[in-house]
Design a protein around this ligand. Structure first.
Ligand SMILES: [Zn+2]
Length: 244
């Protein structure tokens, strides 16, 4: 993470985020007007459109013939919401539950790790701010610069929204940014499909969260589910720790 982002650009984007939060209807109207000018629509970064009231689905590129959607340089197949449950049950049947849990975790760690590497951050964020996510975060720099720290937190929450909440996985909330100690997830898709259960079931979510935090921090982190909605908790909770 380089310290080279100019102060007025940090303050400017923070003001923009605050303004759109205070004036949602006006922002949405301006966005609709911008959508009538295709070059302008294409030029707006995804996060800018979403702050103005747009939806992530409007930013997907759809290849109807291949049944493929792509987003900021990452291709995705369209699969049913039951997919994680079917994969898990089949793995558990042939390899046993513990191995199935391990595979779900590692598989989704790898998938999220690849996505975080491949994402075109300059399509998501304003071009001058995108480099913040290409390299590990400099926590010392954020601690010394409250505005940059606030902006980084906002952008990180936007990434979580794009990669988790609005991709159908459930809505994660970090207890602190940039690196959380605890993550709460609302409506984790695994907890909806793999239930009821006497123990936590969200291994794909745990692997994905661990990879997300590992990318941000620049070193490997693990995530362990401590409470799960599939086992009767109000929501799923994960402890995030640095791997030693
Ligand atoms: Zn869970």
């Amino acid at each position: 993470m380089k310290a080279g982002v100019q102060r007025e650009r940090i303050e400017g984007y923070l003001k923009f985020i605050e303004f759109t939060g205070e004036h949602p209807r006006l922002s949405r109207t301006v966005l609709r007007l911008a959508y009538r000018v295709p070059p302008l629509k294409r030029a707006l970064p995804v996060s800018t459109r979403i702050y103005m009231g747009g939806r992530i689905l409007e930013s997907y590129r759809l290849d109807r013939e291949r049944g493929e959607i792509s987003f900021a340089g990452v291709d995705r197949q369209i699969v049913g919401a039951e997919f994680p449950e079917v994969v898990f049950r089949n793995l558990a049947q042939f390899l046993g539950k513990e191995r199935a849990q391990r595979i779900m975790y590692e598989m989704h760690f790898r998938i999220m790790e690849e996505q975080m590497k491949k994402l075109h951050y300059e399509e998501i964020f304003p071009r001058h701010l995108a480099p913040l996510f290409r390299e590990p975060v400099d926590q010392g720099l954020l601690e010394s610069d409250p505005s940059l720290s606030r902006l980084y937190g906002e952008m990180e929450r936007m990434l979580l929204r794009l990669l988790f909440s609005e991709s159908g996985w459930g809505r994660p909330e970090f207890d602190s940014t940039p690196v959380p100690g605890k993550v709460t997830v609302y409506k984790s898709v695994e907890s909806v499909w793999i239930r009821p259960s006497a123990e936590p079931v969200c291994y794909a979510m745990a692997g994905s969260l661990a990879a997300f935090v590992s990318h941000i921090a620049g070193k490997r982190y693990t995530a362990r589910e401590t409470r799960c909605a599939a086992a009767g908790a109000p929501r799923c909770e994960f402890a995030v720790e640095s791997e030693t």
